[in-house]
Design a protein around this ligand. Structure first.
Ligand code: PGA
Length: 252
């Protein structure tokens, strides 16, 4: 019922030669029954979107400003992302929440304007290691979900990514039970807020040190509809193996 999604987040990585990785990925995935998304740095977005036109690989931004346009030096609007060929935008990534002090209210305002511009908002939530140690994980996730998701969200313009901060770029991964607990909890919260229809059809991705060698296990966890992949999305060979693991998930 929910179409799976493999999303790559290149973060602040990628110069012109990164196009070769995109070409290799495209060559390896001309046909697929899942959704594939690449979110390059803004400087590559237009080029990458053009290069991937006609392929099943969509492109997205990594952030947008909550205003439509105006005097915001250095910022990028949702409409600019659309203009550059994006169909998605990652919002509220923990690196933005930390490096730029973004609150859940900020994320909600960004998500609202992104959705109004026609983008799908990939909203990230996740606890720190201290919060997990203090057994606060579900409270933190509940607060971030309630604060970050705008009322206009629905299953076709919203994707949630659960990314425990301590698992991002560290090689540390939660146990499958821990992932399942949070994903089930997010599903229940979405159903409670938006009703069963939207709640059951909104995709929930796991992110944080997803690699070719752990992807298969993670994709078998209940309510994991795909992955948001950082480091391993930079190399086509690695991301491709993760995509194949997702294609195979639930088929045996
Ligand atoms: P990682 O990053 O796969 O390098 O841990 C994931 C993310 O931050 O989206």
């Amino acid at each position: 019922m929910r179409r799976k999604l493999a999303a790559g987040n290149w973060k602040m990585n990628g110069l012109a030669p990164a196009m070769n990785e995109a070409d290799a990925l495209q060559a390896a995935h001309r046909n697929t029954d899942i959704d594939i998304l690449l979110c390059p740095p803004a400087t590559l977005l237009h080029r990458l979107s053009g290069r991937l036109a006609g392929s099943p690989i969509a492109t997205g931004g990594q952030d947008c400003h909550p205003a439509e346009s105006g005097a915001h030096t250095g910022d990028i609007s949702a409409a600019m992302l659309v203009d550059a060929g994006a169909t998605h935008v990652i919002l509220g990534h923990s690196e933005r929440r930390e490096d730029h002090g973004e609150s859940s209210e900020d994320v909600r305002a960004k998500a609202r304007i992104a959705i109004e511009a026609g983008l799908t908002a990939v909203i990230c939530v996740g606890e720190s290691e201290t919060q997990r140690d203090a057994a606060n994980t579900l409270d933190i996730i509940a607060g971030q979900l309630a604060g970050s998701i705008p009322d206009i969200a629905n299953a076709s313009n919203l994707v949630i990514a659960y990314e425990p901060i301590w698992a991002i770029g560290t090689g540390k991964v939660p146990t499958l039970d821990q992932i399942g607990e949070v994903h089930d909890f997010i599903r229940a919260r979405l159903e409670r807020r938006f009703g069963e229809g939207v709640g059951l059809s909104t995709r929930i991705l796991y992110g944080g040190s997803v690699k070719p060698d752990n992807a298969t296990d993670i994709f078998e966890v209940s309510n994991v509809d795909g992955a948001l992949v950082g480091g391993a999305s930079l190399k086509a060979v690695d991301f491709s193996l993760i995509i194949k693991a997702l294609e195979a998930a639930g088929k045996h």
